[in-house]
Design a protein around this ligand. Structure first.
Ligand SMILES: Cc1cc2nc3c(=O)[nH]c(=O)nc-3n(C[C@H](O)[C@H](O)[C@H](O)COP(=O)(O)OP(=O)(O)OC[C@H]3O[C@@H](n4cnc5c(N)ncnc54)[C@H](O)[C@@H]3O)c2cc1C
Length: 256
């Protein structure tokens, strides 16, 4: 696999089944990778025989091994690959980008997401909360016992009832008094609903939350119709915040 600027070839050194729907892929030989230090940082992953990429959170990077935790769902390009014996496969990952930023004055942190968001929530709880009280709500068909460390704060696993449940659940949350920080990622339609709720009902400024659509429901495997790269570049050039760029991306995917 050829290496272009901003991409890194890596070899799968281990594959572990963490739960029926979560597979840990451990990459080695990727010494050229540099972490952003942002706890929800992600990379674009290209698996063998493919040219399209999919985004995955860097669950950990110790300078030698880079860990991605991959949700395997019904049908998908990486989903199918991650269910094979992929040890020894050479993949490509991009440079990382990150979004999470807990304000200095935050007195509490709430993290909500489905299984795709669990790697980011675990890393945020480990690295970015600075001793603040944290509550994590993780929606999954199967809990992943021990996934969150003992110091991760309060962890509530939510049974996955139906796709529309997570946004409705968030609207029932009681928010602590005082300034805080809310991070959430999951299915894009859910995230659009929550973005409207946070802005219109709660009236929070962009520095108080990061809300990201991680995947779109209800379509078969396909090329990504809305390429985030030009949206990101255009947004950056226009001086938009990450939050505004994510909102634009989600809106564009909603129109697909
Ligand atoms: C910044 C960022 C970080 C992410 N981090 C992670 C991570 O750490 N771990 C992780 O597993 N995912 C993560 N995702 C989500 C992941 O990129 C998508 O789920 C991706 O579409 C999976 O690729 P695929 O090749 O398996 O399926 P695709 O070929 O992309 O999709 C096939 C079809 O499957 C459906 N689908 C896609 N994802 C899911 C899902 N999770 N559950 C049910 N149906 C689905 C859709 O209808 C889609 O059209 C992240 C996304 C972003 C944007």
């Amino acid at each position: 696999m050829s290496e272009r600027p901003g991409t890194h070839a890596a070899t799968v050194v281990r594959r572990e089944q963490l739960s029926p729907h979560l597979v840990r892929i451990v990459l080695g030989g990727v010494e050229s990778f540099t972490s952003t230090g942002i706890a929800d940082e992600w990379v674009a992953l290209v698996v063998p025989g493919q040219y399209q990429s999919r985004y995955y959170t860097v669950r950990s990077w110790d300078g030698e091994e880079l860990v991605l935790d991959v949700v395997v769902h019904e049908e998908g390009l990486v989903t199918q690959w991650a269910q094979t014996d992929c040890v020894g496969d050479v993949v490509a990952i991009s440079d990382a980008k990150g979004s999470c930023s807990v304000p200095e004055d935050a007195e509490w942190v709430y993290l909500v997401g489905d299984l795709t968001a669990v790697p980011a929530m675990a890393r945020i709880a480990e690295e970015s909360v600075g001793g603040r009280p944290v509550h994590i709500w993780a929606e999954a068909v199967h809990e992943v016992p021990g996934y969150f460390g003992a110091d991760a704060g309060v962890v509530t696993w939510l049974p996955r009832a139906q796709e529309s449940a997570l946004a409705a659940f968030v609207e029932t949350l009681e928010w602590p008094a005082g300034p805080g920080y809310f991070w959430m990622a999951g299915e894009s339609a859910q995230m659009r609903a929550i973005r409207h709720y946070v802005r219109r009902e709660l009236g929070w400024g962009a520095d108080r939350h990061d809300l990201m659509g991680y995947w779109s429901s209800g379509r078969g495997r396909r090329a990504r119709a809305v390429d985030p790269a030009p949206i990101y570049a255009r947004g950056r050039a226009a001086g938009l915040t990450d939050e505004q760029i994510w909102a634009e991306y989600d809106e564009a995917r909603g129109r697909e």
